[in-house]
Design a protein around this ligand. Structure first.
Ligand SMILES: [Zn+2]
Length: 264
């Protein structure tokens, strides 16, 4: 093996978010595509660990505070088989482009730019299966489709939240649609429910689970036994939905992504 497996990269480039602490990275050449690995120094770490945190762009190697970069490189190299296997499982990007396919309510939908000057996004069921017809030029397609999906998410979540809120007799103070990476939904102490628009991409029982979960937090703002009991009453299907999100959640984040490196 003539090629060097690793290169050290200078911390941070313009445009990247800078933490107060200096940022260290390695670039591993496992296959043709270089893989950037974030290096985290930890006072508490006794040994090195490598993981791919959910929603995080790069794999992260955690090393003891005083460990050398070359020892971190050796460690990552020793984990190359594991890392390559995990990276091969990463979801391919599903960009918003004419001719592309994205999931919507759990079903694959073809994306078609109609070029029509006027009109709204519509779904037709033709020979290729469900198709999203997007008016306007191809360069406006990503924005139009993103807006449409956000509205669809808001509509579906509104219906689900209304249903569960009526059952617990407690209404949220507001419903917000976001693009969060770390969580699918949240409930603030003041009763504001926030959700990821990406839930509309998942099968409806998954969106319903997250809606029921956050509505249950209007009553129990914790994850106590009482909370889970209420959650199960509202949504008997919640185990299946949680398992689905664990397995496919990463894929939801690849929808609308530009290229394979955008997601791991
Ligand atoms: Zn919760």
């Amino acid at each position: 093996m003539m090629r060097r497996l690793f290169q050290e990269r200078q911390p941070s480039v313009a445009g990247e978010r800078l933490n107060a602490a200096r940022r260290e990275q390695l670039v591993a050449r496992l296959t043709d595509e270089p893989v950037t690995i974030d290096v985290r120094r930890s006072r508490g770490a006794k040994r090195m660990t490598l993981r791919i945190p959910p929603g995080h762009a790069n794999p992260v190697v955690t090393i003891p505070q005083r460990a050398s970069m070359s020892s971190a490189e050796r460690f990552v190299k020793s984990q190359a088989a594991w890392l390559t296997a995990r990276l091969s499982e990463r979801a391919p990007a599903q960009p918003f482009i004419h001719g592309g396919t994205i999931p919507l309510r759990g079903e694959p939908h073809l994306i078609e730019a109609t070029g029509a000057v006027r009109g709204v996004v519509t779904i037709v069921d033709d020979a290729d299966g469900p198709t999203l017809l997007i008016p306007g030029t191809p360069q406006h397609l990503p924005r139009r489709l993103a807006d449409y999906l956000r509205r669809a998410a808001r509509d579906d979540l509104h219906v689900a939240v209304e249903e569960f809120a009526a059952r617990v007799n407690r209404r949220p103070t507001a419903l917000r649609i976001k693009d969060t990476r770390a969580q699918w939904g949240s409930c603030s102490p003041s009763g504001v429910l926030s959700f990821s628009w990406r839930l509309v991409l998942a099968p409806p029982f998954v969106l319903r689970y997250v809606a029921a979960h956050e509505v249950a937090h209007l009553i129990e703002l914790n994850h106590s036994a009482a909370f889970w009991k209420l959650n199960a009453e509202l949504d008997p299907d919640h185990e299946r939905a949680r398992a689905w999100l664990k397995r496919h959640g990463r894929m939801l984040h690849s929808v609308g992504a530009e290229g394979p490196s955008a997601q791991i």
